[in-house]
Ligand binder design. Structure first.
Ligand SMILES: [Zn+2]
Length: 461
């Protein structure tokens, strides 16, 4: 088993004081305290299509569709006012004034690094104060949920901002006191924020879903972004093995009032074929240190969700760690397969990069780099950011195989030929082991692979 040592981020004030005895002793988000409680609920309307969303892109991709949507903008179909934004920020600031955060993120220094890409560096000395490093295994993307470990049902209700539920009628609305009976989708603060309004979205918290992406929960995350309707508000997802620290399904989200460098990176269209039976536009990044795939909303939200979650499913079933960024109000999705932790475990990451102790998860990969030490912050440059992120990326050869995997239209056939191709490959350095695992995963079949994943005593990153 490949492992690395690191300090897990403390996302809740209940994370370090978790006791193993029965009974929570506080108003938690578990069944013991949620059922019968009255909680604030924001209800959203499911979008049947992308019409009326009023798209806004930083990218340079084909914008004819976007203009068409803008022209047809219909406030009745989309969120009439981005009330969700107001709600998130008002509630977040309320928790700030109650002293629930571990440090004041608004006092953290931030700068844009000089250069072509506009990488953003932040000095955050408070985020990593925990003294004891823990060993994380980095080679298991799918792991069973472990009730004994910290999970979001243990969080106190004061860290809850609101629940985020599908509306039963036609309008988005907010109700401060709703009687809880099912398993709500909860929006909670991240007590170690890296930016203003940093929250976590935990789908169906009582269902204890492990950290893995499925269609339904990914759709929920897209709705959260659509409903916020703010290009500065992005959602991120880290798989196990790609720097998620808690094996309980969650998305992160925060506001950053500037484009992420990856949002402005040039792209090349991959699915220009008119025969495609869906209209999701698919691109790859062309001049960016991490190789990645970009999906852009066409006519149907469901289609976007289907295409992206299918790709994520293939990656996680083939044991390839990945990160996802949801940008442009939920209309663009970036998918980054990554192998940094594996390289780190193998001792292949260069010492000057390791020395800065940056864990390249979704925010770092997108170009927002959180540094722990003042000297590293002061010395940070575009060269450093580029070098760090290059070590996250799969090699061109391995990435090409991964694209082949996720764009296969016939799963059975493509998986067989994929396995054949991988056998011929001699993947040196980058992603060697992951690629081998792809091969094994394809040979074993996804179901069998899942069964083979045994419960581990360690939580994967
Ligand atoms: Zn409780």
């Amino acid at each position: 088993m490949l492992t690395i040592r690191r300090c897990p981020t403390v996302v809740s004030n209940y994370q370090e004081t978790l006791d193993q005895t029965t009974g929570c002793g506080h108003n938690c988000l578990g069944a013991c305290c949620i059922h019968g409680a009255k909680l604030p609920v924001y209800s959203f309307v499911k979008f049947p299509s992308a019409k009326g969303l009023g798209l806004d892109f930083y990218g340079e991709s084909d914008s004819s569709q976007v203009q068409e949507f803008d022209a047809q903008h219909d406030p009745v179909q989309g969120p009439a006012l981005p009330f969700l934004n107001t709600l998130i920020l008002a509630q977040w600031e309320d928790r700030l004034s109650r002293g629930l955060f571990r440090y004041d993120v608004t006092a953290c220094e931030t700068k844009v690094l000089p250069g072509e890409f506009g990488f953003i560096a932040q000095l955050n000395e408070g985020r990593h104060l925990k003294k004891r490093p823990t060993e994380f295994c980095v080679d298991k993307v799918l792991q069973p949920f472990d009730l004994k470990k910290f999970n979001f049902t243990k969080v106190g209700q004061e860290e809850l901002l609101f629940c985020f539920e599908e509306s039963e009628d036609k309008g988005s609305n907010y109700n401060e006191m709703v009687f809880m009976k099912d398993s709500p989708n909860v929006v909670i603060i991240n007590v170690s924020p890296i930016e203003y309004g940093h929250v976590l979205l935990v789908p169906r918290v009582l269902d204890c879903i492990p950290q893995q992406l499925e269609t339904e929960t990914f759709l929920l995350a897209l709705h959260f972004a659509l409903e916020a309707n703010d290009p500065y508000f992005r959602l991120g997802y880290n798989s196990l093995g790609a720097f998620a620290t808690i094996n309980h399904l969650h998305f992160q989200a925060y506001y950053l009032a500037t484009p992420f460098p990856v949002e402005r990176a040039p792209v090349r269209r991959l699915n220009d074929n008119e025969e495609q039976d869906n209209d999701v536009k698919i691109f790859e990044l062309t001049n960016y240190p991490v190789r990645g795939v970009v999906y852009e909303l066409g006519k149907s939200l469901e289609e976007l969700v289907h295409v992206v979650s299918r790709a994520c499913n293939l990656l996680q079933n083939c044991n390839i760690p990945f990160n996802v960024l949801i940008a442009d109000r939920g209309t663009r999705v970036f998918l980054f397969p990554q192998c940094y932790a594996e390289r780190q475990a193998r001792g292949e990451v260069e010492p000057d990069i390791l020395e800065t102790q940056v864990n390249p998860a979704v925010w770092e990969i997108s170009g927002h780099i959180v540094l722990k030490r003042k000297e590293n912050y002061e010395m940070a440059s575009e060269d450093y950011a580029w070098k760090l992120l290059t070590q996250v990326s799969f090699s061109e050869e391995a990435f090409s195989e991964i694209k082949h995997l996720i764009f296969s239209s016939d799963e059975g056939m493509e998986q067989t030929s994929m396995a054949g191709n991988l056998e011929k490959l001699n993947l040196s350095q980058l992603g060697k082991d992951s690629a081998k695992t792809v091969h094994q995963g394809l040979n074993n079949g996804n179901t069998k692979l899942r069964k083979n994943l045994s419960a581990s005593e360690q939580v994967c990153i």
